[in-house]
Ligand binder design. Structure first.
Ligand SMILES: Nc1ncnc2c1ncn2[C@@H]1O[C@H](COP(=O)(O)OP(=O)(O)OP(=O)(O)O)[C@@H](O)[C@H]1O
Ligand SMILES: [Mg+2]
Length: 369
């Protein structure tokens, strides 16, 4: 009878352990594994027979887990719902609760640990955040389009009327200059309209207008745009272009925009003047553009955020410059690296592949035989 009750209890205990939605590990006085359920096997990618009776530190090779057990042992206090990361059998985020088991005398006789895999929840949290951000960006874009395009339209129409007026009313020999100025306005309207259009297609698949491009020339073109601002701030420009830089197949307009965003950041980072180095080189299958400033630098904490939409430390910044730049270079199969030291300066390296889409054709070649 007693045996039957015990047996039933044992069954009950296993049933509870197995139906527990969490991984459970029980250790004894010597930190040897006394018990673990099937979820714990799954979470840590281990087999019960391999670890029962062995020291925990030898069976679960995860520093975060071992440290938690050590902490409970040394402080004698329970740890509840602590988030930790493990790497084997794959990267996971766990929520861990570890409780010391005490004898009547108060000695720690072992520990009970519960591990819940919360990776999916974490992933979802991240995705929700990203969607929220993109949604904000989406509504911001349509709002901007509306706000900019409407007045832009009326400017364009008024300009056309003005042109007709000038042609009708102003003597022929006096028309040239007003018409030239109106052409400038009309070109700029066109450009602004295109920018709005590009901005709206920010989260759409890329369409690249690829042409053979000399990056040194693009840099010079960009420089002429920012030169007045640089002079005003006392920023000296130092060019270190590689002569005979190989041309690249890129959307020149987009790449100009990408470079401009970085240069503008550098100039803004040197309010008391400084040096701006623009360097180009080719390395293996890449063309590299290095933009280096002697400005305020980026605090280490901010460095991981600078590519986030809307991350800015400037009062008038939108926090879009670098996200747009990264998007553009990524669309070209390139990448961007930033190194920075506070109060000493920032170095940004943009890399563009010499052969656009080369990876694709290599992959295809691999399969034809
Ligand atoms: N060269 C640099 N020196 C110091 N800080 C920089 C530099 N480049 C970027 N940053 C930091 O990164 C942040 C994000 O840059 P990003 O270009 O994306 O946005 P922004 O310049 O603030 O605004 P926007 O470019 O949209 O006008 C900046 O606010 C600044 O804090
Ligand atoms: Mg910027």
């Amino acid at each position: 009878m007693i045996e039957k009750v015990l047996l039933e209890r044992k069954d009950l205990l296993s049933a509870i352990l197995y139906s527990l939605g969490e991984g459970m590990v029980v250790t004894d006085r010597e930190d040897k594994v006394a018990l673990l359920n099937n979820h714990a096997e799954e979470v840590f990618g281990i087999k019960r027979e391999e670890i029962l009776g062995r020291k925990l530190t030898e069976s679960i090779n995860e520093l975060a887990v071992i440290n938690l057990f050590r902490q409970v042992r040394s402080e004698g206090k329970e740890i509840v719902n602590r988030e930790i990361g493990i790497t084997y059998p794959q990267s996971k985020t766990l929520s861990a609760t570890i409780t010391p088991l005490r004898s009547r005398e108060g000695n720690i006789e072992g520990m009970v640990a519960l591990f819940k895999d919360i990776s999916a929840v974490k992933r979802m949290e991240k995705e929700v955040e990203e969607v929220a951000r993109l949604t904000t960006l989406g509504s911001l874009s349509s709002w901007m389009a509306h706000e900019i395009r409407n007045p832009l339209n009326s400017i364009a129409i008024s300009l056309e009327l003005l042109q007709e007026e000038v042609e009708g009313l102003v003597k022929e020999e006096l028309r040239e200059e007003p018409l030239r100025l109106m052409k400038v306005i009309s070109d700029e309207i066109h450009r602004l309209n295109e920018s709005v259009h590009d901005f709206l297609s920010f989260d759409k698949p890329p369409s690249l207008n690829v042409e053979t491009t000399d990056i040194n020339q693009i840099l010079n073109g960009t420089l002429s745009l920012i030169q007045p601002e640089a002079v005003k701030r006392g920023v000296k420009i130092r060019k270190g272009y590689r002569k005979k830089l190989p041309t690249v197949q890129v959307d020149a307009k987009k790449i100009r925009q990408a470079i401009l965003n970085v240069i503008i950041n550098s100039i803004q980072a040197m309010p008391q003047g400084g040096e701006l180095h623009l360097i180009t080189r080719s390395r293996e299958n890449w063309v590299e553009i290095e933009i280096r400033d002697s400005g305020v630098g980026i605090p280490e904490k901010a460095q991981e955020k600078i590519f986030d939409f809307f991350f800015t430390t400037r009062e008038e910044g939108a926090g879009l410059g670098l996200s747009i730049t990264r998007k553009i270079v990524n669309e070209h199969g390139g990448d961007i690296q930033v190194e920075s030291k506070e109060n000493s300066g920032t170095r940004v390296i943009l890399r563009l592949p010499l052969y656009l889409g080369r990876h694709k054709s290599v992959a295809l070649d691999d399969y034809t035989n």
